[in-house]
Design a protein around this ligand. Structure first.
Ligand code: CU
Length: 123
């Protein structure tokens, strides 16, 4: 019983630590680029997956996708909440500025099983 509780606590601490680290690295990227611009969030396309699968951002922030696969991929909003990308070749990027709060789902039109979600919160 005691052991079970300890393991659980350790897991929570680990999860909290990972979140903090992710936040920190995003902050550093922003600082290095251009401090006056809105925060830029990145989604990596690799091995036929969007990572992170679900990204939470604030209205007005930017999101950049970058294709790290050898295959072309696209980024297409299911409900046309943003303009679709051109086919992205290896290392090509696509950037949008997110609009109204809501949940945006998107997919790759070349490989429709590739999907991702953006959760936009009020800024
Ligand atoms: Cu694809």
């Amino acid at each position: 019983m005691h052991t079970v509780i300890s393991n659980h606590t350790a897991l929570i601490i680990f999860a909290a630590g990972s979140l903090f680290f992710a936040d920190l690295s995003l902050g550093q990227t922003e600082k290095g680029a251009s401090p006056d611009d809105a925060k830029t969030n990145q989604i990596v396309i690799k091995d036929f997956h969007f990572t992170p699968q679900t990204l939470t951002v604030k209205s007005g922030e930017k999101i950049t996708w970058i294709n790290r696969d050898e295959e072309p991929h696209t980024v297409v909003s299911v409900e046309k909440q943003f303009k679709k990308s051109a086919p992205l070749d290896t290392d090509q990027e696509f950037t949008i500025t997110v609009g109204l709060p809501g949940t945006y789902t998107y997919f790759c039109s070349v490989h429709p099983k590739m999907t991702g979600t953006i959760v936009v919160e009020k800024s």
